[in-house]
Design a protein around this ligand. Structure first.
Ligand code: TPP
Ligand code: MG
Length: 367
């Protein structure tokens, strides 16, 4: 079995489309949609490679790559509406960026410096991007599921034409919050889309040992709504599935579960060594399903992104990432006064006393 480096065309499973089928499935703007998604996927891959490298050099504390998930993330971002809310798991930061969260601000969150909106209080890879409806994740697996359900309920009560998207992994389906969230959503029939990102591993536990059911998607039936599976390495399939589910939710047809299945092409996180538990050959098999490796030959065949244009695009994104890192990394940490801010709108003693004492000890520079 021939293999190729991630992102390079090689011996991958071809995507089954031509111009006619794309126009039929995606619609008249299929070229623009596909190019937007492709650019997003490339950004995701390039960022992962760079940021994992920075972590290895000790310049970022922690990193959770999403290699293999790029098609799902970029297609989801393209299919969502501006007013929708995203409740991510560990690997959907690309969705925030593609919804318009500025790259330098995202990087500031990884470095935990003065431009970080969370002021260094969250783990790296747990960004918050309120301005694009992207809620900071909690490290506690499954927490975001009932939060998304509550938000969907609020959206419906307020009459806002938007949905909440709850993203979570195969491992999260074993959490209590999965049950509570899906049950609540089914009873109230709120506009929430449960996006199950099945990368086939929960750290070292394979999805085959996560549950005794044949597919995780079928769990939705027990909560009174439909669940379906989609090839998460096929951006066209994911885009159409999310777009159609969203339309149904907006019509009040109740919640839905969509299981996107793909291959985790990287360690669980920068703190993991998958060679200790993944079977030999996993990486080779994953590369056959590499979403970028699958999409690039199609774009070439369609004449949309020939080789030289692809190289130029890569260079352009690499430059954008490099410049954003150079501009963000040297920024200082949040000021010491920020320790006393954000928790209370009107701080009161003893917090104000502690703040004054601390300021005096530091030489009296607080604003
Ligand atoms: C409640 C809880 N239990 C365990 C953990 C430790 N933990 C962190 S990530 C993870 C696996 C999550 O797997 P999955 O839901 O499939 O998401 P993936 O990381 O594969 O995207 C576990 C068990 C945790 N953070 N929270
Ligand atoms: Mg997983």
């Amino acid at each position: 079995m021939a293999s190729s480096p991630p992102g390079e065309p090689g011996d991958v499973l071809p995507l089954p489309y031509d111009a006619d089928s794309l126009a039929r499935r995606v619609g008249p703007a299929w070229k623009e949609t596909l190019l937007t998604i492709y650019r997003g996927m490339l950004l995701g891959r390039i960022l992962d490679q760079r940021l994992l490298g920075l972590q290895r050099q000790g310049r970022v504390g922690f990193y959770g790559p999403a290699m293999g998930q790029e098609a799902t993330n970029a297609a989801v971002a393209a299919a969502l509406g501006k007013e929708d809310w995203v409740f991510p798991g560990l690997r959907e930061q690309l969705v925030a960026l593609l919804r318009g969260h500025p790259l330098p601000v995202y990087l500031a969150q990884l470095f935990g410096n003065e431009k970080d909106p969370a002021r260094g209080r969250q783990m790296p890879c747990h960004p918050t991007a309120r301005e694009v409806g992207y809620v900071s994740m909690s490290s506690v697996i499954g927490n975001q599921i009932p939060q998304a359900v509550g938000t969907a309920w609020a959206l419906r009560r307020k009459g806002v034409a938007a949905i909440a998207l709850a993203c979570f992994g195969d491992g999260a389906t074993s959490s209590g919050d999965f049950h509570a969230g899906l049950n609540f959503a089914g009873v109230l029939r709120v506009p929430v889309l449960f996006l199950l990102t099945n990368n086939q591993w929960a750290i070292s536990l394979p999805a085959s040992r996560q549950s005794a059911v044949a597919t995780l998607a079928e769990k939705a039936r027990a909560y009174g709504f439909s669940g379906s599976r989609v090839d998460g390495t096929d951006p066209v399939a994911v885009f159409c599935a999310v777009r159609d589910a969203r339309e149904a939710l907006l019509k009040g047809e109740g919640p839905r579960l969509l299981e996107a299945v793909f291959y985790r092409m990287a360690p669980h996180s920068s703190s993991d060594d998958p060679t200790r538990y993944q079977p030999p050959g996993w990486g080779e098999e994953a590369r056959l399903h590499d979403p970028l490796g699958r999409l690039e030959p199609l774009l070439e065949k369609l004449g949309l992104v020939p080789g030289p244009a692809r190289d130029r695009l890569r260079e352009e994104i690499e430059t954008e990432v490099r410049q954003a890192i150079q501009a963000t990394e040297p920024l200082p940490p949040p000021g010491p006064e920020s320790l006393f801010e954000d928790t209370y709108r009107h701080p009161f003693p003893p917090l104000t006393e502690e703040r004054d004492r601390f300021d005096t000890e530091q030489g009296g520079h607080f604003p």
